[in-house]
Write a protein of this length. Structure first.
Length: 251
């Protein structure tokens, strides 16, 4: 049993599936009878509880203190590795800003619970479970570029599958998988998990605000929004290049 749960090379995957399975199960259970702000508040609490449990587990598994795991070390490397996502995020902000008509249906309760609390705790929980637990073990494997790249792709696939837990959606799978890939590259190249958390939080705030936006179509908005998929591909390619460069430096 110790080999299964305490091996630094691969036990992160074992713990990941344990936490992911419990989290998805509990989320579906509560979602069955909670709605609106109450659901988002409970969802936020679940993310905070599971994120904290993962942080403690990861600390014991990899022999690192929670403070060390959540440090801002190598911030410069993290931002360079995240060049693809940062360009995509800039494009996304410009696109949304150019098409905002008015905000409708956003109550104070929904803003606090859905837009702020849930997204803050989502970045905390998901980056620890889908990036740190899945990819920290790379440090304890052979320094092989193929292994590193393969594990980053695997973490991205699992992240995409997470977002299809309630029903298969190929577009959603590819979109979230590509964004997860960019976050994974940041972590693998820099060892910094806080930057992906912050970027995840900022992106999710805007993405969730779009649920309440009544769009005002204009030529600029229609043109830039029409290349969203191209922007995702550009982000993915840049992130892949950054990953390959990072692998060469560590070889």
């Amino acid at each position: 049993m110790r080999r299964v749960f305490c091996n630094r090379k691969y036990s992160g995957y074992v713990w990941h599936f344990i936490f992911a399975g419990l989290f998805i199960g509990l989320s579906l259970l509560f979602a069955g009878f909670l709605k609106g702000s109450a659901w988002y508040a409970v969802s936020s609490a679940l993310r905070l509880i599971f994120g904290t449990a993962i942080l403690i587990t990861a600390s014991k598994l990899f022999g690192r203190s929670p403070k060390d795991i959540l440090s801002m070390k190598n911030t410069g490397k993290a931002l360079i590795a995240g060049a693809g996502f940062l360009l995509f995020f800039l494009y996304y902000m410009v696109t949304v800003a150019s098409g905002i008509g008015k905000i409708a249906g956003l109550t104070t309760g929904l803003f606090v619970t859905k837009v702020i609390l849930q997204q803050l705790t989502t970045g905390f929980y998901e980056e620890l479970n889908y990036r740190f637990l899945l990819l920290e073990g790379i440090k304890h494997t052979k320094n092989n570029a193929g292994i590193r790249i393969g594990l980053v792709f695997l973490s991205s696939i699992l992240f995409g599958l997470l977002h299809c837990a309630t029903g298969w959606d190929t577009y959603r799978f590819l979109q979230t998988g590509a964004i997860g890939f960019a976050f994974a590259v940041i972590f693998v190249n820099s060892g910094n998990i806080v930057i992906p958390m912050l970027l995840h939080f900022l992106y999710d705030i805007i993405a969730n605000m779009t649920d309440f936006i009544e769009w005002e179509h204009n030529a600029f908005f229609d043109n830039v929004s029409s290349v969203f998929e191209i922007a995702l591909v550009v982000m993915f390619v840049i992130s892949l290049v950054m990953l390959i460069i990072g692998c060469k430096k560590k070889s």
